[in-house]
Design a protein. Structure first.
Length: 140
């Protein structure tokens, strides 16, 4: 498994709900931000993907909430792509406070869609490797 890339985030007040903790949908936004950070660190931008006629798609996401987060909390969001065979890949992510407390664990299944055919690309690992200028952050 590749060393996870880690992205710092500060919980903003407007992201909290009436109970004063981070709204459940925002965890997904933090995870998505970290995923795009990995792609960008690999040299893969949205423009590069669009020019090649492909785009990443989320097929399944599971969030395990461990501890609440409140406005002002500083967190790190990790992201590791796990490559297998076939048309899909997995992503493992952790949202952790700076004191080490795990706030959430996120697992996802993704794919790379051919935007013309509207079908998943076979071998997304190879496709991402070909798109990357630095495949290291993707664990390739």
């Amino acid at each position: 498994m590749a060393e996870p890339l880690s992205v710092p985030v500060t919980v903003r007040g407007y992201e909290t709900d009436v109970q004063g903790h981070l709204n459940q949908a925002v965890y997904l936004q933090y995870a998505e931000h970290a995923r795009w950070s990995v792609l960008q660190a690999s040299g893969i931008s949205q423009a590069v993907l669009a020019a090649r006629g492909v785009g990443p798609v989320a097929l399944e996401t599971t969030i395990r909430y461990r501890r609440e987060l409140r406005a002002g909390d500083e967190v790190e969001v990790t992201c590791v792509f796990l490559w297998g065979e076939g048309k899909t890949f997995r992503i493992q992510q952790t949202i952790r406070r700076t004191d080490g407390t795990v706030a959430a664990e996120i697992t996802a299944v993704g794919g790379l869609m051919d935007l013309t055919e509207r079908r998943l690309v076979s071998g997304p690992r190879d496709a991402f490797k070909a798109l990357a200028t630095d495949p290291g952050p993707l664990g390739l």
